[in-house]
Structure formats: C-alpha cells, structure tokens
Design a binder for this molecule. Sequence first.
Ligand SMILES: Cc1cc2nc3c(=O)[nH]c(=O)nc-3n(C[C@H](O)[C@H](O)[C@H](O)COP(=O)(O)OP(=O)(O)OC[C@H]3O[C@@H](n4cnc5c(N)ncnc54)[C@H](O)[C@@H]3O)c2cc1C
Length: 427
Amino acid sequence: MQNDPQSHGLWEMTAPPLPPCPPLVGAAQAEVAIVGAGYTGMSAALTLAEAGVSVRLIEAVEPGYGGAGRNVGLVNAGMWVMPEAVIEGLGPLYGNRVLDLLGNAPAEVWARVAKHAIPCEANLVGTLHCANDAKGLAELAERERQWLARGAPVQLLSRQQTAERVGSTAYHGALLDLRAGTIQPLAYARGLAKAALAAGAHIHGQSPVTGIEPGANGWRVTTPQGHVTATWVIMAGDAYAHGPFAELRGRQVHLPYFNFATRPLTAAQRGAILPGGQGAWDTKEILSSYRFDALGRLIFGSVGALKGAGATVHEGWSRRALARLFPSLKSVEFEAHWFGQIGMTENNLPGFHQLDRNIVAISGYNGRGIGPGTVFGRCLAEHVMGQRPADDMPLPAINPHERSLRALREAYYEQGATIAHLVGDRL
Ligand SMILES: Cc1cc2nc3c(=O)[nH]c(=O)nc-3n(C[C@H](O)[C@H](O)[C@H](O)COP(=O)(O)OP(=O)(O)OC[C@H]3O[C@@H](n4cnc5c(N)ncnc54)[C@H](O)[C@@H]3O)c2cc1C
C-alpha cells in the first residue's frame, strides 16, 4: 500500500516472499524467547538455533516489519560517531572493542549472505559520503585520518574524482569506504528469517508481546493468543519497540526518514550517475541519500515523514533536489515511496541493557542497524549461551532512562524537515 506507514514500498515489491511464521497460540517452551524480528532478533535467533539452543522469536507483525524492512540498505562500517569520539565516550576498552567489531560488521553481513545464499542484491562496492561544502570536506578528511589510523580501506576523493563517481558536480569531495556496500534490506531480513527457521528456530508473526512476568520455570512471555516460558529473554524492538520495558522506547528520540524509488532508469536517464554502483549520502544536517537497486531504480531519501503536509512537501522537494543533482532526472517518475522511524539516542550510540535477571537488549542504532544489528544480535546470543560474559559485550551495560523533552524533539525533527524541504532547492 502506498503512502501508508504499514508500507515497505519498493522493498515489499521486490523482496522474495516471507516463509510462513504462524502466530503463537497456546503454551510453548524455549530456552530463549526473543521479542522482535528485525536484524538484531533474527541474527540472535539464527546464532542460537545453529548452536542447538531452542529459541522462539515473537514478532508483533511480521519479520522485517520495523526498520529492517524500511531502511536505505546502506551496509556501513562503524557508527556515525567518529572513531576517536567513540573511544572518548566509551573509554578505550569498549571504544576499541566496538570499533573493531563494527568496522568489520559489513564483512559479517556479507558472510551471512554467502553462507545462507540469501538473495538480497548484495553489492559490495563501497559507499560514498559526499561533502556539500568546505566544512563537510574537512569533516570527511578527519574521518579518513581516524579510520586510516585503524587500518580501514577508506579514501578521500577530490572534487573531480567525486564528480566522476557520483555523476554530479555538486560536491567538494567524498569519502569512499570499501568495507561497505548496499543490500535489499527486506530481502536480507527475510533471508535471515528463512535461515533461522531452517536451523530450527520458531518464528511467530502477528504476536505482539504484551507482558513479561516471572513464572515457576522462567519468564512468561505473553501474547494475545499464547505464551512462551523461557529462561532468557532478548528484547529486540529498537525504534519499533512497544509493550513491556517501555524505557527502551523512552530512551530514543524518533527521527522520521523517507524514500522515493524511481522507475528503472533508461540508459539516457542514468547516464553517468553512480557508475560504480555505490550507495551515497551527504554531509548536510538534513541529509539526503541515494543508491540504485538491482534493476536500476534510483532510491532517493531524506529526513521527514510522508504523512499530512509532509507527504506533498517531501515529494516536491525530492523532485527538485534530484533535478539539481542529476538534470537527466528532471521529469523522472516515482514508482514507490515509504518511510520509517530511526531511533536516536543521547550519545548517538546503541546501548546494552540488562533489564532484569536474564533479560537483555541492545538498541538505539541511530540509523546504522544493518551491520550493527547483525553483529550485536550474535553477541547477545553468545551472552545468553554463557560464551560472552557481560563485561565482554561490545558495549558497557547501562540503564535505559527516558530522554528529556522527547515528544518535543520528535516534533522538531519532523516539522523542521518539512519546513526545510518546503523552501529548499527552489530556484
Ligand atoms: C527509513 C530508514 C532508513 C534507514 N537506513 C539505514 C541504512 O541505510 N543503513 C543502516 O545500517 N541502517 C539504516 N536504518 C536503521 C536500521 O533499519 C535499524 O537500525 C535496524 O532495522 C534495527 O534493527 P532491529 O532488529 O534492532 O530493529 P527493527 O528492524 O526495527 O525490528 C524490530 C522489530 O520488533 C518488533 N516489535 C517491537 N515491539 C514488539 C513487541 N512488543 N512484540 C513483538 N514484536 C515487537 C517490531 O514489529 C519490529 O519488527 C534505517 C532505518 C530507517 C527507518
């Protein structure tokens, strides 16, 4: 369905079908219950099932319903926060650990895709972070310096090299990151679901978890039609979390982000746009992103929600911005559009939470969840299997606390983006 928050736009149109995931009905048992079937929950379920642990993954709607089925599909290395700031914020022990893990996160995604033969348009050709101005270029030069110091294959491109890679003269330069690439995000999510089922996990769709209470034999995880009794519970709802442990939602400010997908471009329209197939985004505060899918549709996105006045404003701005960047796309037709919410945290980093005895979560990916969700899901699984004690986790355990002025900040993001796009890119 178009222009409906339930919609997953292009990804729903082109992803392989979802394997059957019947609702949870009646009483069931498992060593581990996982709440939420995005990348975090499914990576954890797959790791556990492959190790022979009995696991039930309980999903409110269907696997990939949340951010996993709506994102841009940029498989990035690291987080937004620059490496030295990560070390400053988390200290050298956790900082270096998380940077090593997340610098390698795309490799873990590519390995999962290869091992389970997941058909998800995986395109390991790097990404381009493009500088809109001199300030953006200085920021990218600093990013390059910090990642090169860690041995990462990143390269700052000149204005001319960037114009050749992007097919637009709009930028002062770009950072090419060869660890990264693009995927069809919902297809990757459904592939993880299929692999987890094949490994022996149970996945229940249409089963919102409404309560988690202590019982005689472990935690009782309740849905409208049934319950699971489990020794461990992993909460993996991220920006789509609802139900128990409302503090997980309260820790995040939701940032809306939309995408429009063109029809497959003709050779004349495509011209010299992204000849290497990299995914790209820019250094603006209200940033834009674009990438191709396997059939040559350009997917163009930015901050904002496609609802109310925002629907028309963001579409009009997207047309103007595309025409400015790539004049051959002046009258291009859009085939699909969708939007979702990104969970932003105060320090722009995810958090590891021990919510109760044997109940754990990692959430707050700040718009970088494909690689990190895959890696952290595995780490959560290793933790519940006793292979990774709490102090060997990638992040220090912290208590989730409600962000101040959360509703106001969310309104500011949504309305600020609408106002910026209302006036932006007019001649
Ligand atoms: C528009 C957009 C663009 C993005 N672009 C990128 C990108 O290019 N690259 C990148 O790396 N990241 C991107 N992200 C972020 C990325 O999608 C998320 O960080 C990632 O999906 C988080 O994975 P997750 O498994 O933790 O949560 P999700 O994928 O959000 O899954 C959580 C699941 O939990 C379920 N759930 C919640 N509460 C309950 C409950 N009570 N009972 C049962 N189920 C429940 C939800 O229905 C949902 O399916 C983007 C996000 C959005 C929205």
